[in-house]
Design a protein around this ligand. Sequence first.
Ligand code: 7TS
Length: 424
Amino acid sequence: MVVSGVAATAPPIPPPFTSLDVERIRADFPILSETVRGGRRLVYLDNAATSQKPRQVIEAISRFYSGENANIHRGLHYLSERATAAYDAAREKVARFLGAGAPSEIVFTRGTTEAINLVAQSWGRSSLRPGDEVLATGMEHHANLVPWQVVCEQTGATFRAVPITDRGELDLEAFDRLLSDRTRLFAVGHVSNALGTVNPVRDLAARARARGALVLVDGAQSAPHMAVDVSELGCDFFACSGHKLFGPTGIGVLYGRQSILDAMPPWQTGGDMIERVTLERSTWAAPPARFEAGTPPIAEVMGLGAAIDYVESVGLDAIGQWESDLLSRATELVGALPGVRLVGTARAKAAMLSFVLDGVHPHDVGTVLDDEGIAVRAGHHCAQPVMQRFGLPATVRASFAFYNTPDEIEALVRGVERARKVFG
Ligand code: 7TS
């Protein structure tokens, strides 16, 4: 097979992909058969920003609003009881999906960002002191940096970050140097959204916990692509977002080790999170209710449950294998294009490709690709320290999901070639 537009020096096409019935899977995602930009077939390669939704998720939300809508934990009426049972069942499903010890270790949040802010403002604000340190890394999304900087300012603790190497891996020697008995919490992304690096979190967590630090893993970019087991990772907190996991926006998850959640004060207060309220004082419900003040995003929780069912029906092993094949092919073909420099060449990578094209601004590459119906993200990816580390204003990022195909990678390759011809 010849890929049109690819230089004659392009490497040979690798052997056929592992089997995944990708056409059947794609048929479940209505948006993937949409056309954009005047009739172009949509090539959706912006999955790290948000993933598309299968009809099973869309229908679960629609079914809830059409026939089951009621508030939870309040009414004794039929619909409320059913909604409450379904909400609790979804929490059990998430607990199982992430390998938590019990559903009470799962707090529903609006997303990864809110989950991390919850830990920073509840645990961090109540227990950090001057002299304490919070250690993050130089490859974190702003959501796993800024909340720690803020709580360090509020408490007088010190914020530090593990530097990254030229390949986009964590500098493990620096990690060992920075980790100390003063480190109270280590906050690390499982997968970098700007570089694709998969961090060795199990090993890092063991080292951090051995020094007495808590470990928070930002799993926004890992949960959609690989099997996660928080007990195996050995972390104390794990955060992820429903909308990157083929579920709806507005719902995310915080896993917290039970004994730690039990000792944490509330962050937001109001209905549903109390044990008893008098006009003089109030006491708090046990977790997870303590951290879910107000009416939660009930329909979104139903959608998240359906998304987990869907992902499990495809199988995370099959997903991982398919995406690894996509990544290999994209790396070979895009990496071989004249003028392309890949940013982030870690030995362990998830299925995304960050790159720059010599002499062409990433936004211009994004615009040319968009003209062809190809959706990528061009920018700093909410990871400005990563851009600073590599001396770049931005990169182009193509991020894949299990419904992407080898044909779509070839479309990406043709699009980048065109950008070079137009602007180069
Ligand atoms: N952490 C990581 C590693 C992320 O990639 C993101 C979002 C977040 C946290 C925040 O997630 P949220 O659901 O609370 O917004 N990442 C991206 C991205 O790469 N492009 O758009 C959003």
